[in-house]
Ligand binder design. Structure first.
Ligand code: IVH
Length: 685
């Protein structure tokens, strides 16, 4: 669609009132048109600066002729004066709720009932994400927003017109600047919500300002919309998706799908993932894809909604007391559940860090049993006021490690106990201290068996030197019999030493010793640096270090400044590394490792991918995602986590993230498969 022609601009001061009225109306149309391009089509045709220019011109006109201000003017999106309370609004037809199902069998029963009820052999369904926000009804008369109300009890809601006007995605006039026929009276329903990144940012800002933070985007959206002072709503990053045309509208298309098309045509933002299905199997497959992709979406959904497409069929099926028989919500397994904290214990990590861990009354969350959750550090315990005996809301979403979202304070009985990390290490009774400015408390005894155990298992972990058979139990047994005291001692182990241990036989003892010795050949410099377990040195930092330092010896001899010169490494990481190498015990360890033959060199840095930016999504057959990133960096490229206009290539493996592939499409990023990626790296596939 071509950009609209702009009318020649006149200086506001020169306009007669008549000209001003006409110009203002034209500008409102223009602005609404560009909103449509931006919010609905996601394809703006003018720059932000040009858009702002239109708005300021309109503002100037309205300032000069205040009586020309109309309620649908985009200048009225700022909020207006606070109110005493919300006026109530009666919905023209009840806002129903939905029956829910939790599995495919129940969903099939819904479909079969719909077939039976209509006497048909098949029925077209429309599937939509079930947005986790709050539903709002919007009424438009002659194409202009006249009122908006919350669902309330389904019959009567609260008037939130001034509040929703502040949301840019809510059209104030319909079809502006385009040839669209406007219904005389239109009732539209949709969901007001907050996008996840906007929510994180908003909560962070609230916290900085010492204001109330919210447990999830839904609560934040609800709290933001139901503000008596709409100018507060105006400052909250709210979004909206529209999902239904109300039956009392003067134009109701004969199918739900056509309604959605009509809404989009009129300028309402509908969801791009909405889809039509000719049978229940297609619908089930789509649901499963949505369940898999849900964590990749920038907004929260708690399931999918399926609606019978034909309005005639909907009418035949009718409604129950509060929910239609022609629609169903198929919920995803809950990602948040409440449970009780039975105990809090302190775990000692490989750097001596004490981590408070809550032992929970076990709960199933998203199909996995959760019985322990890290509380991270004392500050976190204090900030969330987590006590032993508390009922807490625990979340486990996608790849995210389970965590406590908040305490359910209403459930407190008064018997809950505050928790403080111990002053002595729970494993070796050594002193625990907290370094100024750091959140972590640490056991300062370098010979603490808990730390040694974690160091050994970390050294052998898959991302480090990948020593099969060096798990928790083996590490514990080795320490108990004093067979090792640090990772260098591993290279002195003989099969005979291991056979003594409870879980070893001749073959397994031989295998472990071989696996340990193999690392002399297989360890790359990045993996060895990571395996040493230097505080604040993860896989990425370890790889970055190999860009500058060719061997462990070179790194050990580097000063803080040299380390800090590496891009992306801050002063904390740099001091952490140099302090580690300043420690005599660690220096001796590195020397002994070298004597045992562990002295990998940094691979030469290539230039095949110089200046190119990559994103990897899904799993690759020939390497892990971390290895892929390492390979990119080693060839002079850059590996990032999300697709933007700057991304040159999206490497797509199995089960790619939907948001990444659609972002690549949007930005015109070159999409390549694993084979093409290996060719770029100069490797055989
Ligand atoms: S349709 C008669 N579609 O779910 C149809 N609802 O339990 C009524 N919701 O209150 C609802 N996304 O807030 C519909 N795509 C969607 C939805 C959706 C979220 C919410 C809505 C409603 C609740 C129903």
């Amino acid at each position: 669609m071509p950009a609209r022609q702009k009318a020649p601009k006149k200086d506001v001061g020169e306009l007669t009132k008549r000209q001003a009225r006409k110009r203002a109306d034209g500008l409102r149309d223009d602005i609404e048109f560009h909103n449509y391009r931006y919010y609905v089509l996601d394809d703006p045709v003018i720059s932000d600066a040009e858009y702002d220019e239109l708005k300021s011109e309109l503002q100037a006109i309205e300032e000069r002729f205040p009586d020309l201000v109309t309620p649908d003017s985009p200048t009225q999106r700022v909020g207006g004066a606070p109110k005493e309370g919300f006026r109530t609004v009666e919905h023209e037809s009840p806002m129903l709720s939905l029956d829910t199902v939790n599995d495919a069998d129940a969903f099939r029963r819904f479909y079969e009932n719909a077939l039976r009820g209509t006497g048909k052999e098949r029925i077209t369904l429309v599937g939509e994400p079930k947005f986790d926000g709050l539903s709002v009804e919007f009424v438009y008369d002659n194409g202009k927003l006249s009122s908006a109300s919350t669902r309330g009890d389904g019959t009567t809601g609260e008037d939130v017109t001034a509040n929703v006007k502040t949301i840019g995605e809510v059209p104030l006039r319909l079809g502006a600047g385009r040839e669209v026929s406007i219904p005389r009276h239109l009732v539209v329903r949709g969901e007001v919500y907050m996008e996840r990144p906007a929510f994180e940012e908003f909560n962070r800002r609230q916290e900085e300002e010492g204001a109330k933070t919210f447990a999830n985007p839904r609560n934040a959206a609800a709290g933001s919309l139901r503000q008596l002072d709409p100018s507060i709503t105006a400052r909250r990053p709210l979004s909206v998706y529209f999902w239904q045309v109300g039956p009392s509208s003067s134009r109701v298309p004969d199918s739900h799908w056509t309604s959605l098309e009509m809404l989009e045509e009129l300028g309402f933002r509908t969801n791009a993932r909405n889809e039509r299905f000719e049978n229940e199997d297609e619908a089930i497959e789509w649901y499963e894809n949505m369940a898999r992709d849900r964590d990749d979406l920038p907004y929260e959904i708690d399931g999918c909604v399926f609606k019978v497409n034909s309005v005639d069929d909907q009418n035949v099926l009718g409604t129950r007391a509060a929910s239609p028989r022609w629609a169903i919500a198929w919920k995803f397994p809950a990602q948040r559940k409440t449970t009780k904290i039975n105990e809090i214990e302190a775990n000692v990590g490989r750097t001596g860090k004490l981590t408070p861990v809550a032992l929970l009354e076990p709960v199933q969350i998203g199909g996995v049993e959760v019985s322990r959750v890290s509380l991270h550090n004392q500050d976190e315990v204090d900030r969330k006021d987590i006590r032993v005996g508390d009922t807490v809301l625990v979340e486990r979403a996608g790849d995210v490690i389970p965590h406590v979202v908040q305490v359910v304070k209403d459930k407190r009985t008064g018997n809950e106990k505050k928790y403080h990390l111990p002053k002595k290490c729970p494993v070796c009774a050594g002193p625990v201290s907290r370094v100024e400015g750091e959140a972590a408390s640490r056991c300062t005894n370098a010979a603490c068996p808990a730390q040694l155990k974690e160091k050994l298992t970390h050294y052998g972990s898959r991302a480090a030197l990948d020593i099969e058979g060096l798990g928790d139990k083996t590490a514990e047994a080795l320490l108990e019999r004093s067979l090792v005291e640090d990772v260098a001692d591993l290279y002195e182990l003989e099969p005979d030493d291991l056979i003594e241990l409870p879980t070893f036989a001749e073959k397994s003892a031989q295998n472990l010793v071989e696996a340990i010795r193999e690392t002399k050949e297989t360890a790359t410099l990045a993996r060895l640096i990571y395996a040493l377990g230097i505080p604040n040195v993860g896989k990425t930092v370890a790889t970055d270090l190999t860009m500058r330092f060719g061997s462990l010896e070179e790194l050990a001899g580097a000063d803080r400044e040299a380390i800090q010169q590496i891009e992306g490494l801050g002063p904390t990481v740099a001091s952490s590394i140099s302090e580690w190498f300043e420690n005599a015990r660690n220096r001796k360890l590195v020397k002994r490792l070298r004597e045992h033959g562990l002295d990998p060199r940094a691979e030469e840095r290539g230039t095949r991918l110089a200046g190119k930016t990559f994103v990897v999504t899904g799993s690759l057959a020939s390497m892990s995602r971390d290895e892929a990133k390492e390979a990119i960096v080693r060839q002079g490229g850059e590996a990032t986590g999300s697709v933007s206009g700057k991304t040159d290539y999206l490497v797509v493996g199995r089960n790619p993230g939907a948001s990444k592939t659609s972002a690549a499409e949007k930005h015109g990023t070159t999409v390549i498969d694993e084979k093409e990626f290996l060719e770029l790296l100069g490797r055989k596939s």
